[in-house]
Design a protein around this ligand. Structure first.
Ligand code: PHE
Length: 337
């Protein structure tokens, strides 16, 4: 028997074994029931008695060697296995990158920006105003009589007796005129609040853009022109506009503005409920009492104002049939825009 080559193969086999399974195979190969060291020990009885002690010593040494190496290797394998559970492979910089979830502006913000850009192009500039507003600016100065129904608790969110959440962007008109002299051409944009029963077409908070132009000799014709230019920029040059008489406390005369349906060009379809027209905004000539409230002389100045719902514009433009979707934070909705 070649003791040296047996010893070498024991060392090689055990050191090469890189898994628990391979190590077990090596154990069986040498120390198993039919293993080579086991055979060596078993065969001692067949060698001449004089050689037995020497062979026996060799066999025992090999057995101890194998057992020692197996134990070492088992410990080492366990350690690497534990480590591999915490192991992060090196990054492969050549792999294609993940798309990654990237946010984008909300459809209402996009719509507000679009509307603002149109008005900026027409010479309007943006005037600021608070969401939490004095009753004076929201109603009083805008010529709402004390008993006007929209002042009611049922329609308006009051913070205190004389502080409320603005129900429209019109109070910004008053704030701006108090601090500036004509000529002025401004828009106000932002969130407004009404104590509505919420349904498909009513939300308790929504968004308006409001325009105000004051100068000497501003006429209804000027109002109609700006409204028409705005609507045609938004919905296309073929869009027609009509004014229907209406009432607002802060304008006289007042009108509701309709435009021909962009989907059917006025022929009548499901978008416009077969009527061919879509209501798009409220408008009118600034009421003399509003001018008086801010210290303008109504004999010297005239002006027009108009206001529209941003949510409504987005709904019309993108065929959105439920106003509640805007605040739903539903990705299936948001990601469409
Ligand atoms: N403030 C009105 C509303 O909220 C809209 C409007 C603004 C009407 C300006 C006329 C002029 O309904």
């Amino acid at each position: 028997m070649d003791v040296e080559s047996l010893e070498q193969s024991i060392q090689q086999d055990i050191s090469k074994a890189n898994s628990v399974e391979a190590l077990e195979e090596a154990r069986i190969r040498y120390l198993g029931r039919k293993g080579r060291i086991t055979a060596l020990l078993r065969n001692i009885k067949d060698v001449p008695p004089t050689e037995r002690p020497q062979i026996g010593a060799v066999a025992n040494r090999l057995k101890q060697l194998a057992e020692g190496l197996l134990e070492q290797k088992t410990t080492a394998l366990r350690a690497t296995q534990t480590a591999s559970r915490f192991y992060t492979p090196p990054r492969d910089a050549t792999l294609p990158a993940h798309e990654g979830a990237r946010g984008h502006r909300h459809i209402l913000s996009q719509t507000v920006s679009e509307l603002k850009e149109i008005f900026f192009g027409m010479g309007y500039s943006l005037a600021p105003g608070p969401d939490v507003e004095l009753e004076y600016y929201n109603f009083q100065a805008l010529n709402f009589p004390d008993e006007h129904p929209s002042r009611d608790l049922q329609d308006t969110f009051y913070v205190t007796d004389d502080i409320l959440l603005r129900t429209h962007t019109s109070p910004v008109q008053i704030r701006f005129m108090e601090n500036n002299k004509p000529p002025l051409k401004i828009i106000a944009a932002g969130r407004v609040y009404r104590n509505e029963t919420i349904d498909q077409s009513h939300a308790a908070e929504f968004h308006q853009i409001e325009g105000l132009y004051v100068d000497n000799n501003v006429s209804l014709a000027d109002l109609k022109k700006d409204v028409e230019v705005f609507i045609q920029q938004l919905f296309g040059a073929k869009t027609k506009v009509r004014f229907r008489p209406h009432f607002f406390p802060f304008t006289e005369p007042s009108a509701e503005v309709d435009m021909t349906c962009f989907a059917c060009n006025g022929a009548g379809c499901s978008v416009c409920g077969q009527v061919g027209w879509i209501e798009i905004m409220g408008a009118g000539m600034v009421h003399p009492n509003v001018f008086r409230a801010v210290g303008y002389d109504p004999e010297v100045y005239s002006g027009f104002a108009f206001g529209l719902g941003v949510d409504r514009v987005a709904m019309i433009k993108y065929g959105i049939d439920d106003i509640r979707l805007f605040l739903s934070n539903d990705f299936r909705f948001l990601e469409q825009f």
